[in-house]
Write a protein that binds this ligand. Structure first.
Ligand code: IPM
Ligand code: MN
Length: 347
């Protein structure tokens, strides 16, 4: 028998509610001989107000021993913008070197896209997770004066680009369509953009079966809406990837369905799985949040940990549930959706 040591960070707002359903579906998916040992960490707005801490070193140390981390959502209007995002969520991604931020954009059968026609959308965004403008390489000068200056310098290293580009090529190679699109803005961001393009072209030579494409990020947003079928795997930097994956969620049935994995492919530190959505304080505590994004993130976690069959079972359950949602007459609560998914997984 095996034990899965899972660190759980419900976080703020609807985080608590959706994570509970994710865990429910997880236990119904795992074989009887796999035990889940969950340790829940109280991090987020409540702890910040109580102690001033966002992510103490002692907690960070403990988290290192987990097989994976499941996170709900971070952020609360009572905390100044950026404190929890930088001090907790991004700190985890950076400390655990989550350089592959995997975000599928898939339109499930029966799910209504706001896009015209009946688009076939099935791509995955490989968002770089540890560099770009997210590193905090900036500052303010002459704060509060009319001459105030603020910088936010994007950090791009050959090492960081190459490893994520290589990962994206490998993913593209493993998919039926074998297509990889690099998204950047190298007509304006000539320093970082050309470095990305040069490394992309170099690595491409090692993957002759993969068809490659390049798009400026502004053009990519057009194609996300007008021709989403053209995408298979997309690789891009941290900020472009953040923006594009919200758009991806919007065109594939909304943020309630969008899953993500912050992956450390080497396994040196635990990978972390979380819905793309935020804490949604406006609907928190009302049982209105859709836990599907978290449930799909749990499936990504299982697949990452090698439980391929169990991950597929969760995906099938979600696929079947989504196909029937259109015919439901009344909205379901968060836990009703979780129950339905868990029941389907249990078969
Ligand atoms: C996301 C979020 C985060 C990000 C924020 C909350 C730091 O928007 O996971 O997409 O920008 O990466
Ligand atoms: Mn985002």
């Amino acid at each position: 028998s095996r034990t899965l040591r899972l660190a759980v960070i419900p976080g703020d707002g609807i985080g608590q509610e959706v994570v509970a359903e994710g865990l429910k579906v997880l236990s119904s998916a795992l074989p009887a001989d796999v035990k889940v040992e969950t340790v829940e960490y109280d991090l987020g707005a409540r702890r910040y107000h109580a102690t001033g801490e966002t992510l103490p070193d002692s907690v960070l140390d403990e988290l290192k021993g987990a097989d994976a981390i499941l996170l709900g959502a971070i952020g609360d209007p009572s905390v100044p913008s950026g404190v929890l995002e930088r001090g907790l969520l991004l700190k985890l991604r950076f400390a655990f070197d989550h350089h592959v931020n995997l975000r599928p954009g898939k339109l499930f059968p029966g799910v209504k896209s706001p896009l015209a026609g009946d688009p076939q959308i099935d791509f995955v965004v490989v968002r770089e997770g540890t560099e770009g403008p997210y590193v905090g390489n900036g500052g303010s000068l002459r704060t509060g004066t009319e001459q105030e200056v603020a910088t936010e310098v994007s950090l791009n290293t050959a090492f960081g680009i190459e490893r994520v580009v290589r990962d994206a090529f490998a993913r593209a190679q493993a998919r039926p369509r074998k297509k990889l699109t690099l998204v950047h803005k190298n007509n304006v961001l000539v320093h970082a953009g050309h470095l990305w393009k040069r490394i992309f072209d170099q690595v491409a030579a090692e993957f002759p079966e993969v068809t490659t494409d390049y798009l400026h990020v502004d053009a990519a947003t057009i194609f996300f809406v007008t021709q989403p079928e053209r995408f298979d795997v997309i690789v891009t930097d941290n900020l472009f990837g953040d923006i594009l994956t919200d758009l991806a969620a919007a065109v594939t049935g909304g943020i309630g369905l969008a899953a993500s994995g912050n992956i450390n492919p080497s396994g040196a530190f635990p990978s972390m799985f979380e819905p793309v959505h935020g804490s949604a304080p406006d609907i928190a505590g009302q049982g209105k949040a859709d836990p599907t994004a978290t449930v799909l993130s749990v499936a990504m976690m299982l697949s990452h940990l090698g439980y391929t069959e169990q991950a597929a079972a969760i995906e099938s359950a979600v696929t079947a549930d989504l196909a029937e949602r259109g015919s439901l007459t009344a909205p379901r609560t968060t836990s009703e959706i979780g129950d339905a998914l868990a029941a389907r997984v249990a078969g």
